[in-house]
Design a protein around this ligand. Structure first.
Ligand SMILES: Cc1cc2nc3c(=O)[nH]c(=O)nc-3n(C[C@H](O)[C@H](O)[C@H](O)COP(=O)(O)O)c2cc1C
Length: 169
């Protein structure tokens, strides 16, 4: 296959895969680095590099799962609160080998939507790199992320836009 065919193949075979489909196998460290590194090559107006990614594995990942479950409990009215969903939140995180939080840094130099768009393209790069390495992944945007900025120690001009789950398939 020439370069164009390889690219076409990777783009067309990219798909989301979910924690229930991940195996217990670890993603090698250098592949995780490669995935994160690919994000940096996304186009971004005025080179503001608006992406802020935080990688969670092992105990830190468990802590993130616990925090998200707590947020669900605290922000959900009791009449619609579901114990199963509460338990599922942290167990889903535990099924993933790694979780990358996807946040945007708003520089004020370009319209906000352009920085969100640049970060979405950075996530697409990670999706494609995952595909090339046969790593399952998906971008999740649960309601709890509206309340996670403080836990992630984000600055006032930064906001979390989702969780990127990764696991060997
Ligand atoms: C910005 C964004 C947010 C998403 N949020 C969720 C989500 O909260 N839950 C979910 O199951 N999938 C989410 N997805 C993944 C899409 O649902 C998924 O891409 C869709 O099912 C199509 O499947 P594919 O990626 O295999 O083409 C999100 C995707 C994007 C781009």
């Amino acid at each position: 296959m020439d370069e164009a065919q390889i690219l076409k193949h990777i783009i067309e075979s990219r798909k989301s895969s979910f924690p229930r489909d991940y195996t217990d196998q670890e993603i090698p460290h250098e592949i995780l680095e490669e995935i994160l590194n690919s994000a940096r090559f996304a186009p971004n107006h005025k080179k503001t590099k608006p992406w802020r990614f935080q990688l969670f594995r092992k105990n830190e990942k468990a802590g993130l799962g616990q925090k998200l479950a707590e947020i669900y409990k605290e922000t959900t009215p009791s009449q619609i609160f579901l114990e199963k969903k509460y338990i599922d939140i942290s167990s889903k995180i535990s099924r993933a080998d790694a979780v990358i939080t996807v946040s945007v840094n708003f520089s004020g130099l370009v319209p906000e939507w352009e920085e969100i768009a640049a970060v979405a393209m950075a996530v697409q790069n990670m999706y494609l790199t995952c595909t090339a390495h046969k790593v399952g992944c998906y971008w999740s945007t649960p309601g709890m992320i509206k309340h996670i900025d403080e836990y992630l120690q984000l600055e006032p001009n930064q906001k979390c836009y989702g969780l990127f789950y990764l696991g060997k398939i």
